[in-house]
Design a protein around this ligand. Sequence first.
Ligand SMILES: [Zn+2]
Length: 69
Amino acid sequence: MKETDLPCSRCGTALVERSVPTDQLAIATPVQDRVQVAVCPGCGAHYYPEQTLTMLAAETTHSSTHGNN
Ligand SMILES: [Zn+2]
């Protein structure tokens, strides 16, 4: 199941998938790329799909532990 298959938890509006640059996200990440997020067109809430969070976490871990593996 994808996050975009679920309605917004705030207002119940169907979510839409969007690709946004990471510098527009509300979370800090060293990733300079575009990621998939689910956006509510009703209230503007953002949801981060698990794969996006996993990717960002992996990139963050990679950067902070570089050469220490
Ligand atoms: Zn909403």
